[in-house]
Design a protein around this ligand. Structure first.
Ligand code: TMP
Ligand code: ASP
Length: 235
């Protein structure tokens, strides 16, 4: 399958049309942004790692009955995916306190929550992706109740699959953000799952192996991405 016109360029990916109206090609970039694009940089090798890691875990999800947009990996950075209509919700699951949750609730980071939490943000950079609940999503027509039920069920299932899988690699899954799309009337997992979109801590040392190293200027950003990739064992 070949790339046709560039349809969209986001902060971390480019999206191309293909000869099949039902399929797109995504091309992952090394560009990194944080704080709604205010902070900009490059994480060398990130595009290839995020592409290959996303495809690897999406295959695990499919095997566990979670439908995804994955079709075929074309190269290190490029993948054919199903063309979906993105549901404008960022779906965030947390197992430990960190980031905006820790800040909002006046907690230290790294406290294990009694049960996983789920929250939605309305995908809108101008509004800084505000926190909303399922009533807001329904009232604004962002998704139907049935879609929200599917999204919630799949999101918790993604958490269970990833938590167990990463634990086997010595990685604690602190929290993550996923996005869903509509494909022929069905809700399927879209976008990516990578160190850009998850908080991943070494289980022993509690060292951060994710984009917080870039967001917070902690150094060794590339090393952290490489370390996660190395542990996946998908060379
Ligand atoms: P938060 O603690 O800043 O709300 O982030 C929760 C999770 O979502 C964390 O794993 C990082 C991820 N995330 C994104 O993928 N994109 C974003 O724009 C933000 C703010 C967070
Ligand atoms: N990618 C997001 C942005 O540029 C933020 C983040 O991941 O922290 O705004």
């Amino acid at each position: 399958m070949e790339k046709k016109e560039l349809l969209y360029e986001g902060k971390a990916k480019k999206v191309y049309a293909t000869e099949d109206p039902d399929k797109l090609i995504v091309s992952y970039k090394d560009d990194a942004t944080a704080f709604d694009g205010q902070k900009k940089g490059t994480i060398v090798g990130k595009g290839a790692i995020n592409n290959r890691m996303t495809n690897h875990v999406f295959k695990l999800f499919e095997a566990e009955g979670i439908p995804t947009h994955f079709v075929e990996e074309l190269s290190d950075r490029e993948t054919v995916v199903k063309k979906v209509e993105i549901v404008p919700l960022e779906v965030i699951i947390r197992n430990f306190s960190a980031g905006s949750f820790a800040k909002k609730l006046g907690m230290e980071e790294g406290i294990k929550l009694l049960c996983p939490t789920l929250e939605f943000s309305y995908k809108n950079d101008d509004l800084h992706d505000p926190f909303i609940n399922d009533y807001y999503a329904l009232a604004l027509g962002l998704a139907t109740q049935e879609e929200i039920d599917d999204i919630t069920r799949y999101a918790f299932k993604v958490n269970e699959v990833m938590k167990k899988y990463f634990a086997g690699l010595g990685i604690e899954l602190i929290d993550f953000k996923i996005e869903f799309g509509r494909y022929h009337g069905q809700i399927i997992l879209a976008d990516e799952v990578s160190p850009d979109t998850c908080r991943l801590w070494d289980m022993e040392t509690r060292e951060k192996l994710d984009k917080d190293r870039f967001r917070r200027d902690l150094g060794n950003v590339e090393d952290a991405y490489q370390e996660v990739f190395r542990r996946l064992g998908i060379q």
